[in-house]
Design a binder for this molecule. Sequence first.
Ligand SMILES: [Zn+2]
Length: 301
Amino acid sequence: MHLIIYDSLPAWFVFTFQSDTRTFHFYVRKDVAEKQSQRLRNSPIVSHFRDTLRIDDLLSPFHSEFGEFFGFGEAIRKAGESLCFLHFEARVPDVITKTGLCTKCGGKGEMEDGMKCHYCSEGVAYTYNWHDAYALCASMNLLFMLMDEGFLATPGMSPGFDQLCGVTTCVVADRGGFDLGGQFGEKFVDWLCRVEAHPSVMSAIRESLSRLYISLMHLGTESYLSIDDHQTRVDIDDGYLTITVPGDAACIHADRGRSRTNEGYSFYSHNIDHPGQQITLLAGLGLLQGQYLKDLGIIHL
Ligand SMILES: [Zn+2]
């Protein structure tokens, strides 16, 4: 049994996030993709997700292998491949559909008494459409599950850097149903200790996450979320990472029980209630992994 926290293992899976196009990039080592490609065929978890999340069978057929698509519908699609990796990508879907002008306030955004209209956003009526976000979260859940082992590299398949992290997600349409956790490897934690000293990198990542959450959840700005704990934050303290998103103390946080400096640690989450929060936190992990690879001089995988 090989564990990311204690063992230096050549990377088999890494994901990054591209802010300008709101896109996740997943890189799966080819030998691992081949080994895991049959695992989800006829798996009961697929029908479980269909039933509990109401993921439409016709709109979103399930792809169990690492072919043109992976997961539900076209949530995760193949984008290319290199010597070591298959490259997949996933655009973050809109969860808000605008339905026209608000009929309650006539599109003014405020009621006759001058109070802000509570039925719309600045005069525009909208409705939530969680289907595509559920399909993406469920597809990522299954991808992370297939990648959640300590794989040894077959000869010729070592990408030149260690596995950075492992992630496990929860996808249940209920309060607290989108919690996540995982582990960071030793090299990644070493890097977190160093990047902590570069506030410009941290603030750029925070800005990207804030913009993502605002666009995803169709908020005007984050400014009205005046309570400190209700804003997006990225904090690193002695290598221990915390990413906070709007919500009720919604965050991922570190298990601070690291006994030696040359090991990684586990992380957990608190009060992650919906896909918007989970996707934003995963984007944060993606941005950090992308920055790590950039600092390592790895531009293309
Ligand atoms: Zn209105």
